[in-house]
Design a protein around this ligand. Structure first.
Ligand SMILES: CC(C)(COP(=O)(O)OP(=O)(O)OC[C@H]1O[C@@H](n2cnc3c(N)ncnc32)[C@H](O)[C@@H]1OP(=O)(O)O)[C@@H](O)C(=O)NCCC(=O)NCCS
Length: 428
């Protein structure tokens, strides 16, 4: 079998778990206006949403349009003004605003119709007056005129459309109960709708600038820490908006708008793509400190006694604590892993363990991802480990079995032939 065929089969097999996990779930996806500027990106997105629909996922799509509106207003000789990064929509802007959003919606419907034909689906897209607006009013002495804020969501109507198998579209156009037209930030709408319909995931396409320096996973308290010292104001605004949704939406994924594969990678691959903000896990993954030595020891001692892990004395652990990361929950250490520097190309993963009461919740995978991310950051090319009992788990996580000879020389000389550990490697 050709390597490309093998890769395809393996990837499909790996994704099976995620296909099952996502079936019947509701995801809200936000695309900024910059994303829709590329027709190819829209075509690929429509195909990806078609695939998600075929796999039983319900989708709400929220479409931003800032750059399109900037251009349309400029073409019409209307100047755009902003206050605190929010557009002021004057009465004379309204008809260009409605035309621009109408055109964008029509372009989106066109690419979706094309994807339908290619994928053999009957997926329809609907938009409507689900979101009720109210004026943003006068802020800091500035009248926002037809820029509105969200007043109410007709979430039952949205849920009904989703249950009928339709993609529900949110645009910046919203109406007041008196029938006035308002311009409403669509990321804000996406967050509010995701909360109101208790979506399983909110997926937000974001720019490189907004994603700068964000790690693969963040708990809500960690996001709040970052918000105290944001890398730039774009990141600050986005994090403030998305964390508003987090009390009802357990998982918020920030994905790169420049990567056309980001959506499917995030949903169906083990390594994912972008940054996950989660509020459904009440634990914290962090670097270990000397205070954690006791907690780590009491968790790993039974594993050492049964020969699963190599024995470490308290003194050795104290000396090596900087190599460790831990997962803490309610002041209890429930997971740990260590990364040992060996040489500039290769590092050793060791002492990966999850407390027996907490196994099977993907905490082991989370620790492994954090170790891999840290090795990656240091420019390491290969991760290796020795294990007597757990090689299958590592193979399922992308490692391959290898001979002792592939170990870095300095490690080969220390290999304990009595223990007969299996050697596993993963190229990063
Ligand atoms: C290996 C370990 C860290 C996984 O932690 P975890 O949080 O349970 O991992 P996940 O939730 O990501 O994965 C759980 C899956 O791995 C499987 N698994 C657990 N141990 C396994 C093993 N030794 N071999 C193969 N699969 C294993 C579970 O059956 C479960 O499968 P399922 O999803 O089909 O039910 C944990 O089982 C552990 O602490 N083991 C003892 C210590 C150890 O062996 N460490 C490795 C040496 S460095």
């Amino acid at each position: 079998m050709k390597q490309s065929e093998l890769d395809f089969i393996n990837t499909l097999r790996q994704s099976s778990h995620y296909i099952e996990q996502h079936r019947g779930k509701t995801f809200v996806i936000y695309i900024p206006g910059e994303f829709s500027r590329s027709e190819n990106a829209l075509i690929e997105l429509s195909q990806d949403i078609g695939l998600m629909h075929n796999l039983g996922i319900k989708v709400v799509l929220a479409m931003g349009a800032s750059p399109q509106l900037d251009e349309a207003f400029a073409d019409a000789g209307l100047s755009s003004s902003f206050h605190k990064k929010l557009r002021i929509t004057a009465t004379e802007h309204l008809s260009v605003f409605q035309q621009t959003i109408g055109l964008l919606r029509s372009q989106l419907e066109a690419v979706f119709s094309r994807a339908n034909r290619q994928q053999g689906t009957e997926l329809t897209m609907v938009s409507g007056n689900w979101v009720i607006a109210q004026p943003k009013g006068v802020v800091d002495g500035i009248d926002f005129q037809h820029t509105g804020k969200l007043r109410k969501i007709r979430y039952q109507a949205i849920s009904d459309c989703l249950s009928a198998g339709q993609v529900t579209l949110l645009t910046p156009i919203a109406y007041t109960l008196t029938g006035e037209v308002f311009n409403l930030n669509t990321l804000e709408q996406a967050c509010e709708v995701a909360s109101a319909i208790k979506a399983d995931k909110l997926m937000v396409y974001a720019s490189n600038q907004q994603l700068t320096g964000l790690p693969k996973q963040l708990s809500v308290p960690q996001v709040k820490q970052i918000m105290l010292r944001p890398v730039n104001s774009e990141q600050q605004v986005m994090l403030e908006q998305v964390t508003n949704a987090n009390s009802h939406v357990k998982r918020i994924h920030l994905i790169n708008q420049n990567n056309p594969n980001a959506l499917l990678l995030e949903l169906f691959s083990r390594d994912g793509s972008g940054t996950l903000i989660f509020s459904d896990r009440y634990h914290q993954l962090r670097a270990a400190t000397i205070e954690d030595v006791g907690g780590i020891l009491s968790m790993i001692e039974p594993l050492e006694q049964s020969g699963i892990l190599v024995k470490r004395s308290r003194e050795r652990l104290e000396l090596e604590i900087d190599n460790f990361i831990v997962i803490e929950r309610d002041q209890l250490i429930i997971g740990c892993a260590a990364l040992y520097p060996v040489n500039s190309d290769s590092q050793e993963l060791a002492c990966l363990a999850v407390h027996p009461d907490y196994q099977g919740q993907e905490l082991g995978s989370e620790l492994l991802k954090a170790i891999e991310a840290s090795a990656n950051q240091q420019g390491v090319k290969q991760l290796f480990l020795l294990t007597t009992h757990t090689h299958h788990w590592f193979i399922e996580h992308g490692f391959t079995l290898a001979e002792v000879e592939v170990l870095p020389e300095e490690k080969q000389s220390l290999y304990n032939f009595q223990r007969q550990s299996k050697v596993l490697v993963k190229n990063l």
